[in-house]
Write a protein of this length. Sequence first.
Lengths: 115, 239
Amino acid sequence: MTASKTNPAFMTGVPEILILRLLTDREMYGYELVQAIEAATEEAIKLGEGVVYPVLHALEASGCLRSRRKPVNGRTRVYYTVTAAGKKRLATVSRDWARITRAVSQVLEGASHAV
Amino acid sequence: MRFETLRERLLRAGVAPRHVKRYLLELQDHYEDALRAELARGTAPPEAREAALARLGTEETLARGMLERRELRSRASRFPALYFGAVPVVAWLATPLVIVAALSLLPEESRRMKPDAAFIDALLALGFVYTRLLPVLLGAVALHMAAARRSRALWPLIGAGAVDVLAGTLTIYSFPGQLGITSWLLPWLLPFTNTLGPRDVTALGEGLLRAALLLGLSALAHQLTRRLGSADRSTLTAG
């Protein structure tokens, strides 16, 4: 199982972007969110599934997410949704992400031309 | 409980109890969803359980995820002297100020009325609550909060002990139309003046004994709530 997980060295900040983006569309609980991440990334990104919760808690603590408990089939699930502050944060991190990936791509392309 | 060792590790590291509690509930739910999915795929139950746990991540990964985020740490665990030592004393000292402030909001006519016997009795009862019940409650709450955060009992004992000494050495009494209050401790703390009353060793000794009793009652109340809490948890686990 661990072998199929995405290289953690590339993952700093990625769960945060994915979570904010996916929760912008609709509220979800943790398990649902992990499934949504795998589906949206066509399983290119596979996380240790438990790691989404610390990210969710931290985003909530910083005011980017709001949570509510909702009874579903006799169980109480914690649903998360993005706040206005979370949308702003998503816009910022998306811009940063685009800038960095562009820069890395340029370096990689430059290197391949040099070869 | 499946994640009991994880719970202890996180609490001892100072993660706020509310985050730990919710994290474990979410992990438990997640595990059950993953197990159901594995079983639906036709995996045999023992392998399905193993796969569901592996999907969550190792205990090390699960712990690290929480520990790396300092914003999830409890402030009380970071500053135990302030939260468990100083806050009970400040709360106890501030209570009469809050009551006086609330009384000052009463209409002026009712404030000017001469206090009758029933009013004096009510104040006497309030004094009993303030000097004998509130210290026990504050001590029990401080001990309970420290235990929930797996903090040492030292600071709550110091905080509660200070409140108990201040409260235990106070005597509130009434005489017709008036209420009196005496501290048997203050004259010893400020020896250069006699305006605070006599230095009575016997009364001070009685006050300190009362303080020890109040502290004992706080510890007892804390132990009782702890036992009730663990009984509740065992019932839930058994269920």
